[in-house]
Design a protein around this ligand. Structure first.
Ligand code: PMP
Length: 290
């Protein structure tokens, strides 16, 4: 470990025990390490309360079912584990990370029966976009979506997303918006929305993008705010000509994209629909009881 980058000793949960993060280790034979054979969740926490937790735990169950890992905990046990991590962390706004891998076994591609899934969970201080970044909006670049055809499973095999994210880092941008065969899918770690003639339009659910927890939330917020909403295929041209482009994710909430591949989106400043959705999102945070 580099001295310049010491790991914090926050408590984390590993296989049923609370241990300091820097000392938490798993077997080299863990299938998460060998194959990326596991799933994960990221849950935002505001004022020590997880936001939309029921939806996150339901997605966790869907991810586990999709790759045939038995859920090691029922919902009350997950809630208790998460509450314990939140209580042990200093700031009130946090980000809970949950990971379940298939477990430890001699290397074999087969889904060996009878393994004990490895559960790892931590809560870290929430790091959100700065007010300055929200005010200007963010730069994004685009790339071809070369990921596998199961981007709907929130699995730890994320090399395609890592490579996509690095495209924007190398360009000094905040996210990489992805197109598959000329159609918008999502970004490396966010869902992407366009505003077309006043309608918030995003791609339909399917195997090529993650069903973000904020996807359902954006639909709810649009209904509340009487903003027309649609999910249908969105072409690359439509994204480039959209009046507004928005990113959503657990940490970005609703974030305006103001340049795409160096060209301004709409007027080049955050637009009104994104602003309304951001404000509605803040109200949803204050009232969430999930
Ligand atoms: N797509 C991808 C590829 C992501 O990694 C994320 C963030 N987890 C999202 C979309 C947004 O999902 P959510 O709203 O659940 O954070």
């Amino acid at each position: 470990m580099a001295d310049t980058n010491p790991l914090p000793d926050w408590p984390c949960h590993l296989a049923g025990r609370l241990v300091p993060l820097g000392q938490a280790t798993v077997s080299v034979l863990d299938r998460g390490f060998l194959f990326g054979d596991g799933i994960y969740e990221v849950v935002p926490v505001y004022g020590r309360r997880p936001f939309r937790l029921a939806a996150h735990l339901a997605r966790l169950q869907r991810s586990l079912d999709a790759i045939r890992i038995p859920n090691p905990h029922d919902v009350p046990a997950w809630r208790a584990l998460i509450a314990e991590l939140i209580a042990a962390q200093e700031p009130a706004d946090q980000l809970v990370y949950l990971q379940v891998t298939r477990g430890v076994a001699l290397r074999d591609h087969a889904m060996l029966p009878g393994l004990t899934p490895t559960v790892f969970a931590m809560s870290t201080p929430m790091r959100q976009p700065t007010a300055a970044l929200r005010a200007t909006g963010v730069a994004c670049v685009t790339a071809v979506d070369v990921r596998w055809q199961h981007a709907d499973i929130k699995c730890t095999s994320l090399l395609g997303n890592v490579l996509a994210r690095q495209v924007s880092i190398d360009a000094g941008a905040v996210e990489t918006v992805l197109f598959r065969d000329g159609w918008l899918t999502e970004a490396s770690s966010s869902n992407v929305w366009t505003v077309l003639d006043g309608t918030v339009v995003g791609p339909p659910a399917g195997p090529h993008l993650l069903d973000g927890i904020r996807v359902g939330l954006v639909e709810e917020l649009c209904a509340e705010e009487a903003i027309p909403f649609a999910r249908r295929p969105v072409s690359e041209d439509e994204v480039r000509l959209a009046g507004e482009v928005l990113l959503t994710s657990a940490t970005k909430e609703v974030l305006a994209v103001t340049t795409l591949d160096g060209r301004p989106v709409g007027g080049g400043t955050p637009g009104p629909v994104g602003a309304v959705l951001y404000d509605a999102y803040q109200r949803a945070k204050a009232t969430d009881r999930s």
